[in-house]
Design a protein around this ligand. Structure first.
Ligand code: NAG
Ligand code: NAG
Ligand code: NAG
Ligand code: NAG
Ligand code: NAG
Ligand code: NAG
Ligand code: NAG
Ligand code: NAG
Ligand code: NAG
Length: 618
């Protein structure tokens, strides 16, 4: 990858950019179409910090989020649960216990409807595809998924969280106004001819052109775009370059035909805080999207509980979430938020806007580049060495890490005894899975959100052959234990060996079936990328660094994920081979209503008891 000529070339470009940045701005003249944030006087009376405190039982949601989820509950969820019920009932009518109907159709009141969150994991483009495949199986608008008795759960979920590759899925789905998953990925159907060309998976994320020259031209555009942010006085790192790459795949503005058009803004200026303007958001039709990132802290975290000699980010470090209204952390060490719209503000008199670009948030959540930085030599020799050197030469900045995302710290001076960045001018953020938790559970465990059931989609490359081995759930279990009473999580096996020996990654597994109400533990429905169910040749275990897929490859992955999501635990078929569990959709419905059943003091129906014997881990 390393090529001194490219370095010189970039350095020259950067110096031109810094002296005459207008030369590069032809594509991005309007503020709303530039990668650069701008500063203006803050609106009077604006609060740039909302302190939620460290007591998880006293923490509150933002008024805007509260309004969104309550409006969804009142206007959308009754119909969404009705539709899901109709689907599951069609596939399993002779098996479903009556209380499933009573709960989902509202005869016991809409207050007792289940409160579901979906978490979709990191793992690059493979994880984005795997997650999209599972969401498609849960999407009631897809007639095939409706026919399988799972469709509708996506519409009925209150929250959808993503990190890294999962953040590309969650944010692209949200900003594209919540289209069908196949249309989102391929730019087809309702998106045909629109400003969003789909994920353009056939174009490599890092090397989009046929040769090194075209990569140079591509980098030239990225650097020109990013230099605008530098010129406005904001820190610029490899995350910003990465953001401009991701924008071309996961944010509106790029199609197959304008990919190489240097005059197109390619999604520059599209912010997370603009999502509430979309009609699917105004109508409360989307689950509430949340993206997370990990942090590298200036001070060591006080928690010394865990032996983390082999992880990049200690589990106790704050996890940050980005939602369309706020950015911050519910972790008790911080417990504070800032408005997403004004992210990047230096102080409460001058406010930044346009810092919260969706592509930047995607880049923060998937910034793994710091893992190349095991030593200066290793970093220089890595694929990003050239970019770091170029940035250093022409956009010199002192005292900041260039291998991670940098965000002006809105929380300076807060929680001085527990917040490890209370003195830091900048927050240093990296890939949300670097603490080992590749599935973004944390925002769904926040007590103020009251989520009782989590559908966890897990597709990291834990094993040598790129399958999941449960590491993510083990890490979340460890973190929840380490943080005391902040969060509750059901027991899961403590070793990867146990996950694998019991095939828990190969078929859906329920955790927390027998948790007490007092424990506050959600029921977790775990759907992992552990291999194809019925003996097919595996196609879903592609490497994390595979950064392009042909349409046929992507379609093959999606087809197999559909099987994985709809299989249940395979049963012996008439011909002696394996078949999908015909009771799976009923078992899933048993799980989805089980927390409400418990609240209502009803006993588990016989069919659910037999499902839980098969699907629950104990
Ligand atoms: C519905 O899902 C199936 C299974 O993945 C897929 O083949 C089909 O194209 C999807 N239909 C739509 C309209 O997205
Ligand atoms: C993105 O494009 C889709 C399809 O044209 C459109 O419905 C949606 O409103 C756009 N979103 C934003 C944030 O511009
Ligand atoms: C790459 O650019 C160089 C210098 O402009 C040129 O000589 C060379 O032919 C180009 N290579 C390709 C494959 O286009
Ligand atoms: C969103 O809508 C509001 C109110 O209509 C408008 O003032 C604002 O400029 C819009 N924001 C974006 C980013 O489109
Ligand atoms: C911590 O774990 C590593 C391997 O993960 C092991 O080599 C080391 O001995 C452990 N240290 C302690 C203090 O347990
Ligand atoms: C706020 O930030 C602006 C821009 O960096 C700076 O010019 C101004 O002096 C700051 N104001 C205060 C009160 O710190
Ligand atoms: C590499 O990591 C060290 C800390 O281990 C940090 O000080 C340095 O700034 C990093 N290098 C870059 C280029 O980010
Ligand atoms: C796990 O699956 C393998 C075959 O895929 C099977 O032989 C083994 O018995 C299963 N183990 C358990 C505990 O179900
Ligand atoms: C749940 O409890 C029942 C009865 O107390 C027991 O039979 C079952 O094995 C337990 N299941 C799990 C998953 O712990």
């Amino acid at each position: 990858m390393r090529n001194p000529l490219i370095l010189l070339y970039l350095a020259a470009l950067l110096s031109i950019a810094s002296r005459h940045h207008a030369h590069f701005t032809s594509a991005q003249t309007l503020a709303a179409e530039r990668y650069a944030p701008t500063l203006q006087q803050c609106p009077t009376g604006i609060a740039l910090v909302r302190n939620v405190g460290s007591d998880p039982h006293a923490q509150t949601l933002s008024a805007a989020e509260e309004n969104y989820v309550q409006s969804r509950k009142a206007n959308i969820l009754p119909g969404a649960w009705f539709d899901y019920y109709v689907n599951v009932h069609k596939t399993t009518w002779e098996l479903l216990p009556l209380y499933v109907a009573d709960i989902l159709l509202g005869s016991l009141g809409y207050d007792v409807l289940p409160n579901i969150g979906i978490a979709t994991s990191g793992g690059g483009l493979r994880a984005a595809l795997f997650g999209a495949g599972v969401l498609n199986a849960l999407d009631g608008r897809n007639q095939t998924s409706a026919g399988a008795g799972m469709g509708g759960l996506l519409q009925a979920a209150q929250y959808l969280s993503g990190l890294s590759g999962g953040s590309w899925l969650v944010s692209s789905l949200s900003q594209a106004d919540f289209p069908l998953l196949h249309d989102l990925m391929f730019g087809s159907g309702a998106l045909q001819g629109s400003q969003f060309g789909g994920w353009l998976m056939n174009i490599d994320l890092l090397q989009p052109g046929p040769n090194a020259n075209s990569t140079e031209v591509f980098l030239e555009s990225l650097i020109g775009e990013v230099s605008l942010k530098f010129a406005e006085g904001f820190p610029v790192t490899v995350s910003d370059i990465w953001a401009r790459t991701l924008a071309r795949h996961y944010v509106n503005g790029t199609t197959a035909s304008n990919f190489n058009d240097g005059d197109s803004p390619h999604g520059a200026g599209i912010t997370l805080s603009s999502v509430p303007n979309l009609s699917s958001f105004q109508n409360f039709a989307q689950p509430f999207p949340i993206i997370i990132a990990n942090s590298i802290t200036d001070r060591p975290n006080p928690s010394g509980v865990l032996n983390e000699s082999d992880v990049v980010i200690p589990l106790a470090n704050p996890i940050y979430e980005f939602n369309v209204f706020e950015m911050g952390s519910f972790d008790p060490s911080l417990g504070a938020f800032t408005p997403t719209k004004y992210l990047g503000s230096p102080n409460s008199s001058m406010c930044a806007s346009g810092f919260d670009q969706i592509a930047f948030v995607e880049a923060v959540s998937s910034n793994l580049f710091n893992t190349f930085n095991t030593s200066e030599a290793a970093l220089n020799a890595s694929p990003i060495g050239i970019i770091i050197e170029g940035i250093n030469e022409v956009m010199p900045q002192s005292g900041i890490r260039l291998d991670s995302a940098q965000i002006p710290n809105p929380f300076v001076g807060l929680a001085a005894n527990t917040f490890p960045d209370t003195d830091s001018a900048l927050l240093t953020l990296v890939d949300g899975g670097e603490d080992g938790e590749t599935t973004p559970f944390q925002p769904l465990l926040v007590k103020a959100r009251g989520i009782d059931t989590i559908i966890a989609i897990d597709a990291p490359a834990d094993t040598e052959d790129n399958f999941a081995d449960g590491s993510s759930l083990i890490a979340t279990q460890d973190r929840v234990k380490a943080l005391g009473s902040a969060y509750a999580f059901p027991p899961v096996p403590s070793t990867q060996a146990e996950f694998l020996a019991q095939n828990l990654t190969k078929r859906p597994t329920f955790f927390g079936c027998n948790s007490s109400a007092a424990s506050g533990e959600p029921l977790v429905i775990y759907i992992a990328n552990g291999g194809p169910p019925l003996g097919q040749a595996p196609v879903t275990n592609t490497p994390t660094m595979q950064l392009s897929y042909t349409a046929d490859e992507a379609q093959a992955v999606l087809n197999q994920v559909y099987d994985i999501a709809t299989q249940g635990i395979p049963v012996a078929g008439a011909d002696g081979g394996l078949e999908k569990d015909p009771q799976w959709s009923a078992c899933l419905a048993c799980a989805v209503v089980d927390r409400t059943r418990r609240t209502l003091g009803m006993s588990r129906a016989t069919i659910c008891l037999s499902c839980f014997e098969r699907y629950c881990w104990s």
